[in-house]
Design a binder for this molecule. Structure first.
Ligand code: ATP
Length: 237
C-alpha cells in the first residue's frame, strides 16, 4: 500500500515557545477528505500552518507521500503540491478573477480551466476585480486558485467564515468531487460540523490542542451533539 498523502506524527507547535497543539497524529490518504474539528482556539489553524511551513513545529514529523517535510520550506512545499487556502482567503482585491487564476504567487502557470470547471461562475466574472466580488464568490476564487495548482494535498481553513450556510452547502460538495476526481487529499477545518461531516470520510476533534476523538465521519455524525456540546463547554467554561 502506498504511503498516505499526509502523515503527521507527534506534532507539537505553537508561538514563542508556548505549545498550542501537542503530540498530534493525523493522516490523510489519497482522495480522502478529513475534517479537523474543534472549538475556536483549539489549534486547528496552527496545525494547518505547521503543515504548510508557515510555522515551525517544536517536535514531531510531517511526511508527504512518505517523505519527511521537516527541512522543506513553505515555497517548496507549495511546489510539491500542498495548497493552503487560509482563513481570510488570501486574495488580492485589485487583481481580476482571471489574473488570480493564471499566475500563482511565485509566477507559476496555473490550470485556469480547472478552476472554471469546478466553479463555472468564475468564468462568467473573469474580468471582475476580486475586491468587487461577494464573500461567496471570493471564497470560490480562493478555492479555484488552489485547485488550479493541481494540488495533491489541499488544506482548507474555515471556508465558511462569513458565508451563509447555504453557500457552504454548495462549496463543500465541490471539495468532495475534486478529491474523488483527482485523488487529492483534503484536510478541512470547519465550524459547520454537520456540513463538514457530510462530505468527509473521517474526522479528528481537537480540544485544547490535543486530539480527543478520531473516528469515521459517520460515527462522528451520530455523535455530533456531544461533540458540539463539548465545544460549547470549552468556550464557556
Ligand atoms: P479559530 O477557529 O478561532 O481560528 P483555531 O482552532 O484555528 O481557532 P488557532 O488559530 O490555531 O485556533 O489558535 C490556537 C491558539 O493559538 C489560540 O489561543 C490563539 O490565541 C493562539 N494564537 C494563534 N495565532 C497566534 C500568534 N500568531 N501568536 C500567538 N498566539 C497565537
Amino acid at each position: 500500500m502506498s504511503a498516505p498523502v499526509l502523515e503527521i506524527t507527534g506534532l507539537t507547535a505553537g508561538y514563542d515557545g508556548a505549545p498550542v497543539v501537542r503530540d498530534l497524529d493525523i493522516t490523510v490518504a489519497e482522495a480522502e477528505v478529513v475534517a479537523l474539528l474543534g472549538a475556536n482556539g483549539a489549534g486547528k489553524t496552527t496545525t494547518l500552518k505547521a503543515i504548510s511551513a508557515l510555522l515551525r513545529p517544536s517536535a514531531g514529523t510531517i511526511a508527504f507521500h512518505g517523505t519527511s517535510l521537516d527541512k522543506i520550506p513553505a515555497a517548496v512545499r507549495a511546489r510539491l503540491g500542498i495548497a493552503h487556502v487560509p482563513e481570510g482567503r488570501g486574495i488580492f482585491s485589485g487583481l481580476t478573477v482571471a489574473e488570480h487564476l493564471r499566475l500563482g504567487h511565485r509566477g507559476e502557470r496555473l490550470d485556469e480551466a480547472a478552476a472554471y470547471a469546478y466553479f463555472p461562475v468564475l468564468s462568467r466574472i473573469k474580468d471582475r476585480k476580486a475586491g468587487l466580488l461577494s464573500g461567496g464568490e471570493q471564497q470560490m476564487l480562493a478555492m479555484g486558485r488552489a485547485l488550479a495548482r493541481r494540488p495533491k494535498l489541499l488544506l482548507l481553513d474555515e471556508l465558511s467564515l462569513g458565508l451563509a450556510p447555504i453557500i457552504v452547502e454548495e462549496l463543500l460538495p465541490i471539495v468532495r468531487r475534486f478529491a474523488d476526481d483527482t485523488g487529492c487529499g483534503v484536510l478541512l477545518v470547519e465550524q459547520h460540523v454537520g456540513l463538514a461531516l457530510e462530505v468527509a470520510d473521517r474526522g479528528y476533534v481537537l480540544s485544547h490542542g490535543e486530539i480527543t476523538t478520531h473516528a469515521t465521519a459517520q460515527e462522528l455524525s451520530a455523535d455530533q451533539s456531544r461533540i458540539v456540546a463539548g465545544y460549547l463547554g470549552e468556550q464557556h467554561p
